[in-house]
Design a binder for this molecule. Structure first.
Ligand code: BT5
Length: 332
């Protein structure tokens, strides 16, 4: 569990500053005005959080490895955003970060609050489908947004989150990902991430919106075998090495904040072209489930309001606002 204990943070800073050299327990105790036993207790807490610390009876303590966990102690000092993630709620395990976020939002959690878990036991997708969230392999997060957007506009934040992830992957790992409208991020046709938007509204306006994002990062082999509706992939299996989730997470936050600010100040249409060029569907023949209908056609693009434009077999243009793309055929 993460701690907000100031003494614990000071000990962690001292260990980090010494860059792998020993720090004496006695010196730490004097500096912080606590007993050596007190220092030991905090060292044990840090170890239980995942920090690898060696202790030596004469030399003191030495930090040998920092865990790749999304602990506030590692994230908060490195966050580069202005409003996103300034309020950061973390737990090693949660049912669903979206459930936690909905509960916190209903109690007034501020705009930009982020909820993070290293593992979810009840991670969910749309229509209550399950989202596999193995411990420390992926990123499982929810963002609380309180911009009073009109009801039909707010869910577009899901596409903004998908674009932010595509941009972060390109910038950080040189990976070409694309968006399967409206809520999946794919690499080479395999699902890398899923996004779930849930909201509470006041008449025509959103009171709060929760955007839940699940990203497969370091999953390998059997963890990606499912059974899933579509083949799955992870960033590690695309780049060929295990990566630091902290880096991808921070890069995602940078991109999401910029795009969301653009969305709320200049409108969704200002991102229309960028979204079209990141789409996995353009020019492809696809099948979409929308309500009780199954519609097949060629994806022409999107309207400036974010709906899908499809050319049906009868060569008629159809606009789809809500749906689930179940099949993408490569053009013959
Ligand atoms: C989604 O739903 O893709 C949205 C997933 C959102 C998950 C995040 S994690 C943080 C936050 N807290 C939550 O509880 N949820 C959000 P959908 O389009 O309905 O796709 C769900 C389907 O994807 C499942 O039925 C499986 O077939 C497949 N699936 C499940 N886990 C997967 C994984 N780790 N990687 C790839 N596919 C997966």
């Amino acid at each position: 569990m993460a701690h907000n204990d100031a003494t614990l943070i000071q000990i962690l800073h001292a260990l980090k500053e010494s860059e792998g050299l020993y720090v004496s327990g006695a010196v730490l105790a004097t500096r912080l005005g606590i007993s050596r036993a007190g220092i030991w207790k905090h060292i044990r807490s840090l170890q239980s959080m995942g920090y690898e610390i060696e202790s030596h009876p004469k030399e003191g303590y030495r930090l040998t490895a920092i865990p790749d966990m999304l602990l506030p102690e590692e994230i908060t000092p490195n966050i580069r955003t202005v409003w996103l993630g300034k309020n950061y709620y973390y737990a090693q395990e949660m049912g669903s970060t979206n459930d936690q976020a909905l509960m916190m939002a209903s109690k007034g959690a501020p705009h930009g609050t982020i909820i993070i878990a290293e593992k979810q036991t009840q991670g969910r997708g749309r229509l209550n489908r399950r989202w596999e969230s193995p411990e420390r392999s992926g990123i499982y997060m929810s963002i609380i947004l309180t911009t009073p957007l009109p009801l039909r506009v707010a869910p577009l934040s899901m596409q903004i989150a998908a674009l932010a992830l595509v941009n972060a992957l390109r910038e950080r790992y040189d990976l070409e990902a694309s968006i399967k409208w409206p809520n999946d991020v794919l690499i080479k046709g395999k699902k890398l991430a899923g996004i779930l938007a849930e909201m509470q509204s006041d008449q025509d306006c959103v009171k709060f919106l929760v955007i839940g994002i699940g990203i497969n990062v370091n999953q390998m082999g059997s963890e990606l075998e499912g059974p899933f509706r579509y083949p799955a992939t992870s960033v590690a299996s695309e780049v060929g090495y295990t990566l630091k989730r902290q880096e991808l997470f921070l890069a995602f936050l940078d991109h999401f904040e910029i795009l969301y600010d653009q969305f709320t100040s200049h409108g969704f249409q200002s991102l229309h072209k960028e979204l079209e060029s990141a789409s996995a569907l353009l020019g492809k023949t696809i099948t979409v489930h929308s309500g009780n209908e199954e519609i097949c056609g060629k994806a022409l693009g999107f309207t400036p309001e974010g709906a899908l434009r499809l050319s049906t077999k009868e060569k008629k243009e159809k606009i789809i606002w809500v749906g689930d793309v179940t099949q993408i055929e490569e053009n013959r």
